[in-house]
Design a protein around this ligand. Sequence first.
Ligand SMILES: CC(C)(COP(=O)(O)OP(=O)(O)OC[C@H]1O[C@@H](n2cnc3c(N)ncnc32)[C@H](O)[C@@H]1OP(=O)(O)O)[C@@H](O)C(=O)NCCC(=O)NCCS
Length: 362
Amino acid sequence: MNHKGLKGIVAAETSLSHVDGELGHLIYRGYDIQKLTEHYAFEEIAYLLWYGHFPNKEQLLSLKDALNHNRVLSDDLKKIITILPPSMDLMSVIRTVISAEGGYGNYHFPPTIAQAIKLTALTPSIIAFRKRALEGKEDVTPREDLNYVGNYLYMLTGEIPLPAHVQALESYMILTVEHGMNASTFSARVTISSESDIVSAVTSAIGTMKGPLHGGAPSGVLHLLDEISYTNDAEKVIRDKLEKGEKLMGFGHRVYKTHDPRAVALKSKLTHLGGQDEWLDLAMHVENIAIDLLKEYKPGRSLYTNVEFYAAAIMKAIQLDPMLFTPTFTASRMVGWTAHILEQASDNTIYRPESKYVGNHY
Ligand SMILES: CC(C)(COP(=O)(O)OP(=O)(O)OC[C@H]1O[C@@H](n2cnc3c(N)ncnc32)[C@H](O)[C@@H]1OP(=O)(O)O)[C@@H](O)C(=O)NCCC(=O)NCCS
């Protein structure tokens, strides 16, 4: 059997999440993501992944305090962000600044939850500071009365975000916090397995996430929604594409051979927010038409909406610049990476797979 890319190989045991592509299930620490997005905040999910149980009121308050305290960028980090060349892409900026943060704290092995909180708190602040600096705008001081996601939007725009927008983005960020042994998570675990530090492990993960095969943006779906919004005739646009044999962006999935549970959870959350934003409403309208037409043109293929579809609708609704898509995914995945780093370090064996020599012998 060909195990190229370690396909099908179990590389670690984890209690953090389970992805079931056949049944369309995704669980974090035993809890179905549908329930998690309906009833819990981003901070509670982060706590669950780091500590293994939900926080009580005091524990949640203390996590929020720690996030508030740690999200304020030091003058040194601000200076570093400012001197990086304007042409440097945002993922490289995050990687470089997080790496530089390693020079200011005590980040020796073994990693700690306090360090995980610090890196998670810093990421949205780095993104927002850099984005505003590129636009020649003053940076925005975070507010202690806003939550993790609310602060992210506030630091980007300088305006208090609409509750519907915060909730929509929060659902997306909860659903992308963790997804098993993907490439970036694997690279984080490999780095910490040498008893390196958490900053180095997260830096490896960001470098891996940066590649287009991993942190890709839902830009194809954005084009589709734009086209439909422009013509105001979803059925015609979709039918034309399927007639021409084109793939409909935001539908179908490699791993999930039934409904993508993240799309289902996002949709159900957005249904509650219905009527508050034209892009979210348009997405729900388009989905129904698209699924009917996919059944007509591709009978028996089980094609459903994937997470990219609703992610794109949310990004449209909150008017997030496309350059922020992968960085936003990075901010949420920071929780999953650091949880995996802690898990790996708690029962560590250095990764040392074999390679098979296929070169010459002289
Ligand atoms: C994600 C994707 C690559 C999965 O591909 P896959 O599991 O290998 O499925 P296949 O490409 O083998 O497709 C099986 C059949 O369904 C069709 N199909 C799959 N996705 C389709 C889509 N989005 N629109 C129209 N037809 C689609 C294929 O054309 C194929 O038809 P055929 O049997 O007549 O040849 C594919 O669904 C796709 O390209 N989707 C659109 C892009 C997208 O949304 N990507 C983000 C994923 S998170």
